[in-house]
Design a protein around this ligand. Structure first.
Ligand code: NCC
Length: 276
């Protein structure tokens, strides 16, 4: 395992992870019925380029952080899955531009995906894990969670809302880089929403500040800032290679160590203008 410099890792992330979303034209002709509900354009063609973006982890350590104002000062804010802002504004802010959800959120009834207002008025991005070697069509016909029915239904009811699906290869392209920069073998499970969302923002924004992905001194076994539920696996990972994801992000931090300790804040550069 050779050691890559932070700059080399950033260049690998830039050129080897193709952070793109599914378009109508990515699926074969025999899926016209489904693919007509996919966007005509990739997320980047629509969103363009943003300046400063914030990524807000769902960790329990966001509680009491008072980071809300700082988070809202960004041009765009990305949040995960069912993480709310209401009642937590002073700690997590109130602005949501992007919401990255895994395919459980859209398929499991408990999330009330079609009616809960947290999923409205935002740019939605969905991901679902594919087997390491599956191509788009194989995955599409046999996803981990059968997300396409509810996706189509939601699109029918909210045709104006931007709603993207990440290409599944993206996850493994990122996983490869996490594995290469880790001292031991990682079980091939996909990266968590945390690092997928962070890398997505690095492809869209000039600067990305990630909050409480690397925990501050507020680190806690409490899983989420919005739920009374304790499990250290939320922070260190069980299914996802979370610890390795966090070590990789830590290597790329361009902010200070102090900012991690006090605010769980990591500053990462946008990849678009990165010279490689
Ligand atoms: O828990 P989850 O993630 O929704 O959290 C979003 C991202 O925040 C970071 N995080 C969270 C808690 C914590 N204590 N520390 C953290 O660093 C992680 O980067 C995490 O990705 C997911 O990645 O999509 C995940 O989703 C949940 C769950 O499916 C959704 O919340 C919907 O309920 C998964 N939990 C379970 O399946 C039980 C979780 O493993 C990963």
């Amino acid at each position: 395992n050779q050691q890559h410099s932070p700059h080399e890792i950033l260049c690998h992330l830039k050129y080897r992870v193709n952070m793109t979303t599914l378009k109508e034209s990515d699926l074969p002709n025999n899926t016209t019925y489904e693919s007509q509900y996919l966007p005509n354009q990739d997320i980047h063609e629509v969103v363009g380029k943003l300046r400063r973006c914030a990524v807000v982890s769902s960790a329990g350590s966001m509680r009491g952080s008072r980071l809300g104002q700082e988070i809202d000062s960004h041009d765009a804010v990305l949040r995960f899955n069912a993480a709310p802002t209401e009642d937590f504004e002073s700690d997590v802010g109130s602005k949501t531009t992007f919401r990255l959800i895994n395919s459980q959120v859209i398929t499991q009834g408990e999330f009330n995906f079609s009616t809960n207002p947290i999923y409205k008025d935002v740019i939605l991005i969905l991901w679902d894990p594919a087997p390491y070697t599956a191509d788009t069509y194989q995955w599409f016909t046999k996803p981990e969670y059968k997300f396409f029915e509810p996706y189509r239904e939601y699109r029918r009811e909210n045709p104006e809302q931007p709603f993207y699906i990440l290409k599944p290869q993206t996850l493994w392209q990122l996983w490869n880089i996490i594995q290469e920069n880790s001292p031991e073998f990682i079980h091939p499970n996909p990266p968590s929403s945390g690092s997928i969302g962070t890398l997505l923002m690095m492809n869209i924004c000039d600067e990305v500040n990630v909050y409480e992905f690397l925990p501050s001194w507020r680190q806690t076994d409490r899983c989420y800032y919005f739920r009374h539920y304790f499990d250290s696996a939320c922070t260190y990972g069980a299914y996802h290679p979370l610890l390795y994801e966090k070590n990789l992000i830590k290597k790329l931090n361009q902010g200070t160590e102090e900012n991690i300790t006090n605010n769980g804040k990591v500053t990462l550069p946008g990849l678009r203008d990165l010279p490689c």
